[in-house]
Design a protein. Structure first.
Length: 429
């Protein structure tokens, strides 16, 4: 059994653990829960004698860890799966640990088979994946066949099959009468694995109870009731009847009703007396995650905020228009429509009305000096010699004379002169 009494640990001005007292009993899987920075890892390090408490004490089987004879044969722990020499093969790593504790070499092969690493026993651990490293760390914890086991995030990096295996392993070890203490952030996995919970927040004890009692104490069960969607008046009628019967009714986003304060048989009787037909009447019990979030919401140190994207948006160039909002964009099932086609050409320039400047490729008036027909002038034309012949434009459908673009009104040019001379400076154009 693990017992902590008044355990406190300070690092300078920061108090990581404060006056923490609890017991981890054999024969059950005890989950150790808490937000990031709550002091879980610090507590486990003090249990194993890696950190000295500022005040208080913690014992294993009535003795501090450092006074246990041949502690590796009595306590197994996985705190950091990466605490392995990367140049050693998996079997050699376990063999060195076994030799330090007087454990026979045959036990190394046994635990390699238990964790499923017998086929990679001669591979160096630096090439292991995160999940393989976790399995090797679990093998090291099981090496001495200890009665007390501590695991810090043992399923981190494991695939679903590996998670299922760890869950069954924890239960099997506890069923043998061992003390199993497991820290994890996976609430759904703790709900399936743990029998008892110890929850801390900001270094202090928040809960020490069974999983069932923890969920009941930190959540409110309710009944979900639904009436025919085609008859909304029945929902209003049932709401009034349930309220008169002492229930508390809240509407759900999908049209159902959330009822608290009344048992399911009582809700059924009230609906029958009110002559209301029900489509659904189901109980809802909060999950461990919901209960945990409700208890620890005031003990979370690191909270995220909405991403405002401040300063990340590139400014629009001068004269550019912001993009238009497309109806339905961002909704499920939306996809970008194909680009428009005119005359077999993608994004063909719209035609200009008589007497107006030619339109640009996106509908805005083209800059003075643009080539008639909607094609903008080459911005690098100034690098060419003035005598260089112009590139012949792509053949287009002839336009009536009346639809020809009018010259700029500010500086009318002769009919034979080009629209602009790229060799002249900007002020002289």
């Amino acid at each position: 059994m693990i017992e902590a009494v008044g355990l406190t640990k300070r690092y300078g001005d920061k108090t990581a653990v404060y006056n923490l007292s609890f017991q981890v009993r054999p024969g059950a899987v005890t989950g150790f829960l808490g937000p990031n920075g709550s002091g879980k890892s610090t507590t486990m390090r003090m249990i194993l004698g890696l950190d000295n408490p500022t005040s208080g004490h913690v014992t294993i089987g009535g003795h501090p860890y450092r006074r246990l004879p041949n502690a590796a044969r009595q306590v197994g722990a996985l705190l950091d799966a990466k605490a392995v020499h990367g140049g050693r093969a998996a079997r050699n790593h376990l063999l060195s640990l076994a030799q330090l504790s007087g454990i026979p070499a045959r036990r190394v092969d046994e635990v390699l088979g238990v964790v499923g690493l017998q086929d990679v026993a001669k591979r160096r651990s630096k090439g292991f994946s995160l999940g393989m490293g976790q399995r090797l760390g679990i093998a090291a914890a099981l090496l001495g066949d200890p009665q007390v086991l501590l695991f810090d995030e043992p399923v981190n990096g494991l695939d679903p099959e590996g998670i299922h295996w760890v869950r069954n392993l924890m239960k099997a070890l506890a069923a043998e009468g061992r003390t199993v203490f497991v820290s994890s952030h996976l609430m759904s996995e703790m709900a399936l694995t743990a029998d008892h919970l110890i929850v801390i927040g900001r270094g202090q004890l928040l809960a020490d109870m069974s999983v069932t009692d923890f969920i009941s104490a930190n959540s409110a069960d309710f009944a979900r009731v639904r009436t025919p969607d085609t008859e909304p008046q029945l929902r209003e009628k049932l709401t009034s009847a349930l309220t008169e019967a002492g229930g508390h009714v809240l509407p759900e986003p999908d049209g159902a009703l959330r009822v608290t304060g009344l048992a399911l048989p009582r809700i059924s009787d009230v609906a029958h007396d009110a002559d209301v037909r029900l489509w659904e009447l189901s109980p809802h019990q909060a999950s461990l995650e919901e209960a945990y979030m409700r208890m620890t919401q005031g003990a979370v140190d690191y909270r995220s905020t909405a991403d405002r994207k401040a300063g990340l948006q590139q400014p629009l160039p001068p004269g550019a228009q912001p993009p238009m909002q497309v109806p339905g964009q961002g909704q499920p099932g939306w996809y970008a429509p194909p680009p428009p086609q005119q005359g077999g050409q993608l994004f063909a320039a719209p035609q200009s009305a008589p007497g107006q400047a030619p339109a640009g490729p996106y509908g805005a008036p083209a800059a003075p000096g643009a080539v008639p027909g909607g094609q903008p002038a080459n911005p690098y034309a100034a690098q060419r010699a003035p005598q260089a012949p112009a590139v012949a434009p792509v053949a287009q459908t002839p336009q009536p004379p009346a639809a020809a673009p009018a010259p700029p009104a500010a500086a009318p040019a002769p009919a034979s002169a080009p629209a602009s001379d790229p060799t002249k400076p900007e002020d002289a154009r």
